[in-house]
Design a protein around this ligand. Sequence first.
Ligand SMILES: [Cu+2]
Length: 509
Amino acid sequence: MTTLTRKNAWNQGGTFSNLDLLWYAKAVREMQSRALNDEISWWFFAAMHGNNWPEILSPPIVPNTPMPSPNQVKQYWDQCQHGTWFFLPWHRGYLYAVEDVLREIIISIGGPNDWALPYWNYFGNGNQFQIPPAFTQQTLPDDSPNPLLVNARYGPTNNGNVFIPLSAWNINQECQKQELYEGDQPYFYGGLATGFEHSGYDNRGSIENNPHNIVHGAIGGQNPQTGLGGLMSSPSTAGLDPIFYLHHCNIDRMWAAWNFTGKNNPNESLWLNGPTATGDRKFFMPKPDRSAWQFTPRMVNSISQLNYTYDDLSLGATPILASKSTVRLRNFGVILNETKKTDDDMKQNGNSELVGANNNSIVLGASGTRTSVILDSKGWNKVTKSLNKLLLTENLKEVSSNDLPDEVYLQLEGVKGEEDSIVCTVSVNHQYVDHISLFGLHNASSKDGSHGGAGLTIKLDITKIVDKMQINGVIDVNSLDVLIQPVNIIAAGNELTIDRISIYRKTNK
Ligand SMILES: [Cu+2]
């Protein structure tokens, strides 16, 4: 079996001169011509990711009938895994399955038998932060309508100009620095242990948060008239947009690159065997002959097992990826003794402790919201003490990452609402922390979802800000000021609520 190579969609300027894109378009058209109840139609695949389709502005013209049998729906639909350590392997299997169906079509219409799904590396040089032009052309080179064109794809400024605002929204590859897979944002790569998790609210790893979720929000954007999200803005509609698979192909590439630098996936059977291990719903994909492929994370654990590779797996090894603790110690004037570096131990052993919270649930409307998070003096003292200890160290050369002070993170708990496309900025004490995407909000807030509408939990590392307060001598405070502001539209009726905002310290031992 030959190894297939997935290549950069921006080859040949991201136009239809890149034959990977031209064949993709032709095969998408064929899949779109198939019925909703055909397992290997475009619509069926999209419904496997999520199927809660409101009225959708064409193109594409999305069918709502004929419905597959109840058994097919139960076996295949609404499978996508978010807010879980199954996020990466489930999406890898999903891409593998759609690529197989697409390739079979491409071969049958005279295309290359080694066609592979292209990826969109929005982090690449030059114009690559923009959507490849093939996705916005009205027609293919033969003047037929372009099946890659989507109406409800509004972009970060909601005007149909689709690009990834890398620096403006703090979209980056910082997640590649994480040492460990198993654990949640903002310190771990791949998420926490869960069962089958279709409407996950918490437990997502850092790659799922940034870049995955926020790129969804940037591409989808919002209809400027109604404030309703584009297809990519919500898990329930994302699989309908052909750019979806190129975004996920890049996420898959990042995961492969992370492994390529020697970082390991979980080796527990609970992960390897997938939700099946606990008797939960299994992962199923249709094969090109419409038979069912049941897969587990063990079967998609490495790309070599699946006989494909990427033309570029280098990102994980680039020098931008100096470890977080090294960067942090430099800010304190410490040049880390690299031989003593023990990031792994540090992160495995760290404990979290609540050191502050606001009093009431808050409502977030169009103009944003500001709240004061009251600190518990005992807990906050521990944070300042650990920082002081480092600053009072006489011989900074002897410092290792074992001596790192507490890290501090902010947690938005029970974020509930209807509109997944909302993106907000979060600031603490007037300093920017991050952009957050509410991808998955609707499902996580739905009373009949698997978590009874608990809403999303979002965790943000604010260590940098606390370090600065210490260095500037302004750390003795009773509260932190938290400002959350939408960067796009929160229409009347789409206000969010946030049950609680809390502050945690994370020790290094
Ligand atoms: Cu996605």
